[in-house]
Design a protein around this ligand. Structure first.
Ligand code: HEM
Ligand code: HEM
Length: 206
């Protein structure tokens, strides 16, 4: 798009351009849910690992994560274009094609999630759901921190859920670490700022 317009006398006048202001990329629901998830996940993880023995607060943080995940999945079907799973989940060919471009020191120029980011998103939503379900079903047999759904399953299932809950939390931590390192990689190596658009909703393009 042209950044200048010619007057009758041939003088160039600067025009506000899409390159400078950016184009809309993330709707408010995506942004609010993302930062709410960051806070609720950190609270659930921290309270699970380091919180008081009575885990009421941990449970509530876990329910907040559950609500966010459910709303995000619904939004993935009915939300704005870039929020929809159909717009960013891609098959193996696109994912490998994109992976081959990873080492080029250029911004990806994807308006929306790139095919590899999409893998993380789907993966993290699935593992979060497993974490929540295992917590809901877990019975640590201490008569205090019993998951609210443990009474509806056999004690074997409740024990297995408990056994899964801790390893899943470590897996999630590792996934989040990769997520954050990728964002730093984009910033430093590919010179692409992904974080600002997650706050402002707009992304600058060439
Ligand atoms: C994303 C959400 C969640 C995360 C990240 C998370 C994380 C954790 C962590 C790190 C621990 C400590 C594990 C250990 O070191 O032994 C823990 C324990 C526990 N969590 Fe969660 N949790 C989540 C959701 C839930 C939910 C929704 C419930 C149930 C309503 C729940 C129930 C429990 C219980 C019962 C324990 C105690 C297990 C024990 O006593 O050994 N969690 N959680
Ligand atoms: C301070 C830490 C974090 C930062 C700076 C951060 C930053 C970002 C950015 C920039 C994006 C957009 C990526 C793109 O352009 O495609 C994104 C997406 C996403 N992040 Fe994070 N993130 C953080 C922590 C987390 C955590 C802890 C989780 C989950 C437990 C998470 C889950 C997600 C998900 C699910 C998306 C997809 C957003 C959507 O479409 O709804 N992030 N994050």
């Amino acid at each position: 798009m042209s950044m200048v317009s010619e007057t009758g006398r041939g003088r160039a006048i600067p025009q506000p351009s899409i390159a400078a202001e950016g184009v809309p990329v993330w709707d408010p629901v995506v942004r609010v849910l993302h930062w709410a998830l960051v806070i609720a996940f950190a609270a659930a993880w921290g309270l699970g690992k380091f919180g008081p023995d009575q885990m009421t607060l941990h449970f509530w943080a876990g329910y907040a994560v559950a609500a966010i995940v459910v709303i995000r999945v619904i939004w993935g079907f009915v939300g704005s274009q870039t929020a929809r799973f159909t717009s960013f989940v891609k098959g193996p060919r696109k994912v490998f094609g994109y992976a081959r471009e990873m080492t080029s020191r250029r911004p990806s120029k994807t308006l929306g999630h790139n095919p590899m980011g999409a893998l993380f998103i789907v993966g993290v939503l699935i593992v979060l759901a497993m974490q929540i379900l295992s917590g809901l079903l877990a019975d640590p047999e201490d008569y205090i921190n019993v998951g609210p759904l443990a009474q509806y399953v056999s004690s074997d299932v409740a024990r297995q859920a408990l056994a899964l809950h801790e390893p899943l939390s470590t897996l999630l931590l590792a996934m989040v670490a990769v997520h954050i390192l990728s964002i730093v990689f984009y910033r430093l190596y590919k010179k692409e700022d992904l974080v600002t658009p997650m706050f402002t909703g707009r992304k600058k393009i060439d």
